[in-house]
Design a protein around this ligand. Structure first.
Ligand SMILES: Cc1cc2nc3c(=O)[nH]c(=O)nc-3n(C[C@H](O)[C@H](O)[C@H](O)COP(=O)(O)O)c2cc1C
Length: 386
């Protein structure tokens, strides 16, 4: 009987052991803030502490760039690494922190999310756990501010982790506190040391709750990915396109003595501009008549055209693609322009979304004085096919 029990325990242990491989991978959580005077940063440190208390969870605190690059920030905040919008897709969970500005999120945070269109359209943040904490003055409008942040995160399809009544049992209720059921806040303008011990404790609990959600969902993703790989050794690009609501346009026709693609030694060579329905989408010069967001939209459209031509080159079956070898993005910009890489990310993200591992590519981005038919962008692509 004892021996049978031992065998059962060993089997259970081995069973857990195979799962443990999935569970032992670190859960990476970003704590991303805007903070001018350091109040939000103090809360961020407790959020990070709570995240790190969760087994195998790792927190990193970063800040967003200020709209005004010359803005004077709190010295500790100034030293934080700056996050780019595209890196949000790389974390298992994200806690966002902002000061309450006129019962809303700060303009800087709002501006940062204004650059998230490519992440939004490629659904890169969908299903990712997130939570919001804030620093207020008197606390006026703090809950409205968190909920206005939630609107953005819900639009991205993120899984929002609220705080409910966590941490309230031990709050000192003789002083005003920043607890809300939506997320922790600090009443920085109130009497006493702020954030209060209770507010910091609530932030810690919130961090832990986010890490738990991030851990759970990350493993679901891992298991799903493992199953997909074993069941369908070969991914179906058509299903990926359908699942992500991506409709390929008709492949643009050549307007000169050339062909839309050539194939040499299993490599397909394609060049496209931002044609949409026979017209150039958002034409003009980036940094002058074309905004960054418009250029990103044009870049996304150009990459859709590239993939449409690629489909023709594959005889209609994109599953024949073995690798995206290289993408080169040319942008029609003013001479001082420097954000080419951020524009090109909308093409790279789309390629990664559609082709997965096979979408990983080398890349170059170049500024041009002008481009054909006043397109803001031109992409040269090289793919390897079967
Ligand atoms: C433009 C502006 C608007 C603000 N609006 C509010 C507000 O509506 N409610 C509030 O409680 N505090 C408000 N505050 C105060 C900040 O939320 C508070 O100082 C916060 O702690 C700043 O965070 P930080 O130290 O991370 O920069 C406002 C501050 C500024 C600069």
């Amino acid at each position: 009987m004892k021996k049978q029990l031992l065998l059962l325990l060993t089997a259970l242990f081995i069973g857990f052991g195979s799962n443990a491989q999935v569970k032992s991978a670190e859960t990476n959580v970003l704590v991303l803030i805007y903070s001018q005077n350091g109040g939000t940063y103090k809360m961020a440190k407790s959020i990070a502490e709570g995240i790190q208390e969760y087994p195998n969870a790792k927190a990193i605190i970063k800040r967003i760039p200020s709209i005004n690059s010359k803005e004077k920030l709190n010295a500790d905040v100034e030293k934080l690494p700056i996050a780019t919008i595209d890196e949000l897709a790389n974390y298992d969970g994200i806690a966002f922190g902002s000061p309450v500005h006129f019962a809303n999120i700060s303009a800087d945070m709002s501006y940062f999310f204004g650059q998230s269109i490519p992440l939004w359209t490629s659904r890169a943040l969908e299903g990712k756990p997130t939570t919001v904490f804030m620093s207020a003055g008197s606390g006026a409008g703090k809950e409205a501010a968190i909920l206005s942040f939630w609107n953005i995160l819900a639009s991205h399809g993120m899984v929002i982790v609220p705080t409910g009544i966590m941490g309230t049992a031990t709050l000192d209720k003789t002083i005003p506190q920043g607890n809300t059921p939506f997320g922790a806040t600090s009443l920085a303008g109130s009497v006493g040391t702020r954030p209060s011990a209770g507010e910091l404790n609530l932030a810690k609990e919130q961090g832990k709750a986010l890490a738990r959600a991030a851990f759970g969902l990350k493993n679901t993703e891992t298991i799903k990915a493992a199953k997909t790989t074993s069941i369908e050794a070969k991914s179906d690009i058509n299903k990926t396109l359908r699942d992500n609501n991506i409709t390929l346009p008709e492949a643009p026709k050549p307007v000169g003595n050339y062909v839309p693609f050539t194939i040499s030694d299993h490599k397909v060579y394609i060049n496209q501009v931002a044609l949409k329905d026979g017209k150039i989408l958002n034409p003009g010069k980036v940094g002058a008549t074309v905004t960054d967001d418009q250029a990103k939209e044009a870049t996304y459209q150009t990459m859709l055209n590239v993939i449409a031509v690629l489909k023709e080159a594959c005889g209609g079956d994109l599953n024949k693609v073995k690798q995206c070898v290289q993408l080169t993005g040319y942008f029609n910009t003013i001479p001082e322009y420097t954000q080419h890489a951020a524009l090109m990310n909308s093409a790279s993200n789309l390629t990664a979304l559609v082709f997965g591992e096979k979408g990983k590519h080398a890349r170059a981005t170049i500024g041009a004085a002008s481009l054909p038919i006043n397109s803001a962008v031109e992409i040269q692509a090289i793919f390897e096919i079967e």
